[in-house]
Design a protein around this ligand. Structure first.
Ligand code: NAG
Ligand code: NAG
Ligand code: NAG
Ligand code: ZN
Length: 416
């Protein structure tokens, strides 16, 4: 009887314990709209390790395969032939990525190929002959991990999967979500025997660029406090907030992305992380605000808003910062700070446009039409569409390559 009782209590404790260990995650639902997101407390789950064994043994033989799998594919408003060409393009992009990066766990994609000018007319200005968004990809879930400098940063699920942790924050169904606009005059890889037209975009080039964003190439330095022009833009790393059931806001510090760990000012080579640390003097983690307006107003009134204002000046001045992954054998890469006004998702999260004529052309903000991916590799004298600076940044983020066999890995954080 006593034994039974003890067992019962132990059992309850186990369930209770398992249910109460969470990680901090953010889910994204729309590749075109980074504001379509939700903070989720994802439980720590235990992985069935035989799954990994099975995968790695079945895949080691084939050099020429893609570790990036198109798991969900919606193809509206296009012929079956075109849909197949789109699928094919993602497969080829996946092969290029799998050739450079050693992906131990497959990366799962959800792709929507659709006429964005019908779905979101505000993104198109067809009279001007302008299509604003040709395609976009984004990590479906980001997870908070602890870095070796004591700061927590958001890591993309694609990368966390590669750690093959026995216990990990629960994964979302897909690693990367992507939307591509079917109204664009695409040139598909299978059209290789027809020359590309001056206004055509090479889909392989754009897909590869977007997938790099989905794998974690992107900054959390953005204009988060949307105030309606009354003040100059305030650029900070991501304010981590939780909305309580009674609509209060709990502020949990400004958080960088994994990519932001390597940012430096070109003027003095100091890192930008020290600015995030200063911004966090604004409020202690767990500080409550009555509502979003209250949070924004408090920030505008704080001394830290001057720092954020100054960051806006720096981020709209050419040649002001770089990604410098120095532990991953690389030169620094100057980042995009020429766009005025500052543009979320474009500023900082790209290479400076001058790289367009170099082997590191892939991650510039403006992608050129009338050139195929292989044209660009050839004319820049590169050997792979993934240039040396881009490769080093991804290696320092934590992706494994032949020359980076034991990549950096942050620590799991969880809370009860
Ligand atoms: C795509 O949608 C447009 C507008 O609704 C229509 O005219 C066109 O026929 C559609 N094309 C295909 C291939 O479904
Ligand atoms: C940033 O610089 C500070 C001060 O020099 C240093 O203590 C910190 O470790 C650096 N952080 C990173 C992520 O390099
Ligand atoms: C938000 O909080 C502020 C400050 O406490 C308060 O004055 C204001 O009425 C609140 N606004 C809304 C929409 O609840
Ligand atoms: Zn981009």
């Amino acid at each position: 009887m006593i034994f039974k009782n003890n067992f019962f209590i132990f059992f309850i404790f186990l369930i209770f314990f398992n249910e109460r260990v969470f990680s901090h995650c953010i889910d994204y639902f729309d590749a075109i709209d980074p504001e379509a997101k939700r903070i989720v407390t994802c439980p720590l789950v235990t992985e069935d390790s035989s799954k990994y064994l099975r995968r790695s043994s079945s895949s080691s033989s084939d050099e020429d395969e893609s570790k990036i799998q198109l798991v969900e594919f919606k193809c509206n408003n296009a012929t079956e032939e075109t849909c197949n060409k789109v699928k094919d393009t993602f497969f080829l992009a996946g092969k290029i990525i799998s050739k450079t990066f050693i992906l131990k766990t497959p990366i799962l994609l959800s792709v929507d190929y659709t006429n964005l000018c019908i779905v979101k007319p505000e993104l198109c200005d067809l009279q001007e002959g302008k299509v604003v968004v040709i395609g976009s990809a984004q990590s479906a879930r980001e997870m908070l991990f602890l870095d070796d400098d004591g700061l927590t940063r958001y890591y993309p699920q694609s990368l966390v999967k590669q750690y093959q942790l026995k216990k990990h924050p629960e994964f979302a169904t897909y690693d990367i979500i992507a939307t591509f606009n079917s109204i664009v005059n695409w040139r598909f890889p299978s059209d290789y025997n027809v020359p590309i037209q001056p206004k055509q975009f090479d889909m392989l080039y754009i897909v590869l660029h977007e997938l790099m964003h989905g794998l974690g190439f992107g900054s959390n330095w953005k204009n988060w406090f949307l105030t309606g022009n009354k003040t100059p833009p305030l650029i900070t790393t991501k304010p981590d907030i939780v909305v309580t059931s009674d609509k209060q806001i709990i502020f949990n510090e400004f958080k960088e992305s994994a990519f932001d760990r390597h940012l430096i000012f070109n003027s003095n080579y100091n890192n930008l992380t020290s600015i995030t640390v200063k911004l966090n003097d604004f409020a202690k983690p767990g500080t409550k605000f009555n509502n979003v307006t209250d949070l924004i107003q408090s920030f505008i009134n704080s001394r830290q808003s001057l720092i954020a204002e100054n960051m806006n000046n720096i981020f709209t001045t050419f040649n002001s910062l770089s990604s410098y992954p120095k532990s991953c054998h690389s030169e620094r890469a100057i980042l995009e700070t020429s766009i005025v006004p500052f543009q979320n998702g474009e500023s900082i999260s790209h290479f400076d446009q001058s790289y367009i004529n170099t082997p590191d052309f892939l991650m510039t903000t403006i992608q050129v039409p009338g050139k195929t991916l292989s044209d660009l590799v050839r004319q820049s004298g590169g050997t792979s569409p993934i240039g040396p600076r881009l490769q080093a940044i991804m290696e320092c983020l934590g992706y494994e390559t032949k020359r980076n066999l034991t990549p950096y890995r942050p620590k799991l954080v969880s809370s009860l």
